[in-house]
Design a protein. Structure first.
Length: 284
C-alpha cells in the first residue's frame, strides 16, 4: 500500500493511495496529525490495516511534497561512477561521499510545477531514490542498515546550477530555492530489499530519456550511506536521505540543456512509481 500527503477541497490530508482515489486517514488515525508523525511512530502498517476496508474519500486531489514536515534532508552528491567523470577534473573515485542539506521548503509535490526563479535560468533536474528513516540509530552497521528504513519515495532534486558555484566549499544556496525540486508522489513501505537492490532510475525530459542507471552501480551504496551518516549524527525517524543521481543531468550535456517553462520531467523508479513535474517561471 502507498501513502501520500495531498490537498482536496481546501484542506490537507494524508492517506492511502488507490487506483480509484485517496482514502483519507486523518480522522481514522487522530494520534498522528501528519504522515510524518505516522512514520516517526512506526505506524505505516497500522495505517495500512486501517485503510484496508475503508472507501475512497477523495478523487480530485493535488499531491503535496510527501513529507512536508521533514526536519532533516541529507543528499548524497556525485554517487555514480560516470557522474564523477562528468566533472572532467581528473579526480579518482572518492573514498568518502559528498553530502549537503536540503530543506522541505525547496520541494513541491507530484504533478505540480518546479519553479524557475528570475535570478537564474539554469534550473536542472536530478532523478533520485529517497529513503525515509523509520528507526533511529547511531553508528549503524551496513548489515543492519536496511532495518532502519521505513519507506521509499522518488526525488527530482532540482538544482540552480550557477548558484552551486557561488562559493568554494558548499552548494547549499543552489540546492534550496523554494519549490525548485519535487518529492513523491507517495511513500512505498520498505518491505523487501529488492526494492533498492534491483531499483532502476529513468529520468525523461519531454519524453526523451536523459538518465538511466541502476542503484547497484552506486559508488557509495545505500547501506554505506546509512553507516557513514550515522557515524557523525544519530539518525532519527523521519529523516530523509536522497541517495544520488546518475549521469545525464542537463548541465553535463554538450551543449547544456536547462529546463524551461512548459517542459515536463518524469522520474521513474521501478517498484515505486513515476514522479512528474512541469516547469514554470516564478510569478513575481
Amino acid at each position: 500500500m502507498k501513502f501520500a500527503t495531498y490537498s482536496a477541497e481546501g484542506a490537507t490530508y494524508f492517506g492511502a493511495v488507490t487506483d480509484a482515489g485517496m482514502i483519507a486517514l486523518n480522522s481514522a488515525a487522530p494520534q498522528w496529525p501528519t504522515l510524518f508523525d505516522a512514520v516517526c511512530a512506526d505506524g505505516l502498517q497500522t495505517l495500512a490495516d486501517i485503510a484496508r476496508d475503508r472507501p475512497v474519500t477523495h478523487r480530485d486531489v493535488q499531491y503535496e511534497m510527501v513529507l512536508p514536515e521533514a526536519r532533516r534532508i541529507l543528499c548524497v552528491g556525485v554517487n555514480f561512477p560516470d557522474r564523477n567523470a562528468e566533472y572532467k577534473d581528473g579526480s579518482e573515485q572518492p573514498k568518502y561521499m559528498s553530502l549537503f542539506p536540503r530543506f522541505a521548503s525547496g520541494f513541491t509535490g507530484h504533478d505540480q510545477p518546479l519553479i524557475r526563479p528570475p535570478e537564474s535560468h539554469q534550473l536542472d533536474y536530478e532523478g533520485e531514490v529517497a529513503i525515509v528513516i523509520g528507526k533511529g540509530g547511531r553508528r549503524i552497521a551496513q548489515a543492519d542498515a536496511y532495518d532502519h528504513i521505513a519507506a521509499l519515495t522518488i526525488c527530482n532534486e532540482g538544482t540552480i546550477r550557477d548558484w552551486v558555484r557561488h562559493a568554494k566549499f558548499n552548494v547549499t544556496q543552489g540546492k534550496n530555492w523554494d519549490r525548485s525540486a519535487a518529492m513523491g508522489p507517495w511513500l512505498v513501505p520498505f518491505t523487501d530489499a529488492r526494492l533498492l537492490d534491483d531499483a532502476r532510475i529513468i529520468t525523461r525530459v519531454n519524453g526523451e530519456v536523459r538518465q538511466d542507471d541502476v542503484l547497484a552501480r552506486m559508488m557509495h551504496p545505500i547501506r554505506r550511506e546509512i553507516e557513514y551518516i550515522s557515524t557523525f549524527m544519530a539518525l532519527q525517524p523521519g529523516d530523509i536521505i536522497v541517495t544520488g543521481t546518475p549521469t545525464g543531468s542537463g548541465a553535463r550535456l554538450d551543449p547544456p540543456q536547462f529546463l524551461a517553462p512548459g517542459d515536463v520531467v518524469e522520474v521513474e523508479v521501478n517498484g515505486i512509481g513515476i514522479l512528474r513535474n512541469t516547469i514554470q517561471d516564478e510569478i513575481e
